[in-house]
Structure formats: C-alpha cells, structure tokens
Design a protein around this ligand. Sequence first.
Ligand SMILES: CC(C)(COP(=O)(O)OP(=O)(O)OC[C@H]1O[C@@H](n2cnc3c(N)ncnc32)[C@H](O)[C@@H]1OP(=O)(O)O)[C@@H](O)C(=O)NCCC(=O)NCCS
Length: 251
Amino acid sequence: MFERVKEDIQAVKERDPAAVTTWSVLLNYPGVHAMWWHRQHNWLWRHGRRGFARWISQVARFFTGIEIHPGATIGRRFFIDHGMGVVIGETTIIGDDVTLYQGVTLGGTGKERGKRHPTLEDCVVVGVGAAVLGDIVIGRGSRVGGGAVVVNDVPPNCTVVGIPGRVVVREGRKIDAIDLHHEDLPDPVVEMFRCMQRRIDRLEARLAGDEAVSAERGEPPFPLRQVPSAEAAGAADEPVAGAGDGESCTY
Ligand SMILES: CC(C)(COP(=O)(O)OP(=O)(O)OC[C@H]1O[C@@H](n2cnc3c(N)ncnc32)[C@H](O)[C@@H]1OP(=O)(O)O)[C@@H](O)C(=O)NCCC(=O)NCCS
C-alpha cells in the first residue's frame, strides 16, 4: 500500500512543477486524496457493499470536489490536477499514467446501459473542462484539448480538440484543416447530379432515335412534329418504348 502511495506522490511531482515537496502533495492535492478515497470505496463496491460504497464516494466528493463512481476502474499513477468538478462514471476504465484536469467529465451519453462510459488507455491527458462521452476508447498517449466534447473513438497518439472533438494532430503530425479526400465522403448532392446526368443521357439517346425515324419518314424533327388527331392518337395507342425504365432519384 505504501508503495502505491509513494508512486502517487511521485506522479504528481513529475507532472506538476508546482508540487515541490511531499508534504505539499499530501496536504494540497485533492486529486490524490480522491484517488485514495476511491481505493476504499472501490474495494467495498467489489465486495458487495455497493450502497455503502456509493455513500463513501459522496463523502469523498464533499471533501475533494471530485466525483468518482466506486465502480470505475483506475490504473496506476493516475493524477487529477486541481480536481474540482471532475466526474468519472461507473463503467469508466482508466489505464496507467493518465492525467485529468479540473472540470473533466468521463460520462455516458444518457442512452445506454451496461458499459456506457469511456475507456482511456495509458498515458492519456484530458484537458480542462473536456467531456468524453459514451463507450468510446481514447487511444494510448492521446490528448484531449481543454473544452473538447469527444463522442467518438480517438486513435493512439492523437490530439483531439473542439466540439464535437476532431483529431488535429496524429503521431506528431498536424492534420490538414481542409481534408481534400472528398472521394472518401458520401456526397448526396453529387450522387443526385450523376443520377440526373444518366437520365438526361437516356432521354437524349431516345430523342436522337426518334429524330432519325422522323427524318426517314420526311417528318419535321421533334418538337415541330404535328400533334396527332384524336382518332390517330387512339389508333396509335401503343406503349412508348423504354417507358417505365426510369431511374428514381430520391434524396
Ligand atoms: C490540445 C492541447 C493538448 C495542445 O495539443 P498540441 O498537440 O500541442 O496541439 P497544438 O497546440 O499544436 O494545436 C493544434 C491545433 O489545435 C488548436 N487547439 C489547441 N488546443 C485547443 C483547444 N483546447 N480547443 C480548440 N482548439 C485547440 C490549436 O489552435 C491548433 O490549431 P491550428 O492548427 O489551426 O493552429 C492543448 O492545447 C490543451 O488544450 N491542453 C489542455 C491543458 C489544460 O487543460 N491545462 C489546464 C491547466 S490548469
């Protein structure tokens, strides 16, 4: 147990330049206190004392401003800097060496049951006020920018910012602001134009055929052809070639 405590204190000293002495960490870091509380109520939770575990977690919240559900699974050297307003949901899984800043929510989207909170792999950093929502995975070594709202998986070693969160840095390289790979995106407007083009091509081919027949007969080309009389129309009551093979463009 003392090994884990020493490890917790060392993790704070490594990640926060303001943490100079061990005493300072012991007294002034609610993130560390919250972690120690969590180990107690998580033990109770795993041993069937769930109601009591929840109550202890609320006591811890009262003292630290950090709400960690007793069911959350948290790895080693976890550090919450400043702490106030952090919420960690029941089915959250946090790897080793993860850092959170104040105001971070690791929550559900409110729609699911079962595993509904995120998984943060090792060495993830989540910036101030960010929300990571749903059963998604933030890949190893990724960073979530302050204020981001992340609702989709993030690959390892990425930086994700904004609402909704989008990857701006991957494996140390900036992602272009303008993604030129338009061919990878479904574009309903382009698809509709293609559909219309195919129909126009068919109509033109049919019209050309009609005009050729008219020319053979010495009739004027469409649309100057005479409107047939009522009797003639009745007599020529035959299906128009190609009718009904039209393509439907529904968007
Ligand atoms: C995201 C973060 C980790 C920086 O990552 P990085 O890999 O160094 O990325 P960069 O600084 O090169 O920024 C990449 C792009 O994202 C933008 N960006 C960075 N942080 C952002 C944020 N929080 N929200 C929106 N956009 C952000 C930058 O402006 C830049 O955009 P550009 O390419 O158009 O110029 C950092 O900005 C951050 O938010 N850290 C949180 C720290 C924190 O919470 N501190 C609290 C201390 S109390």
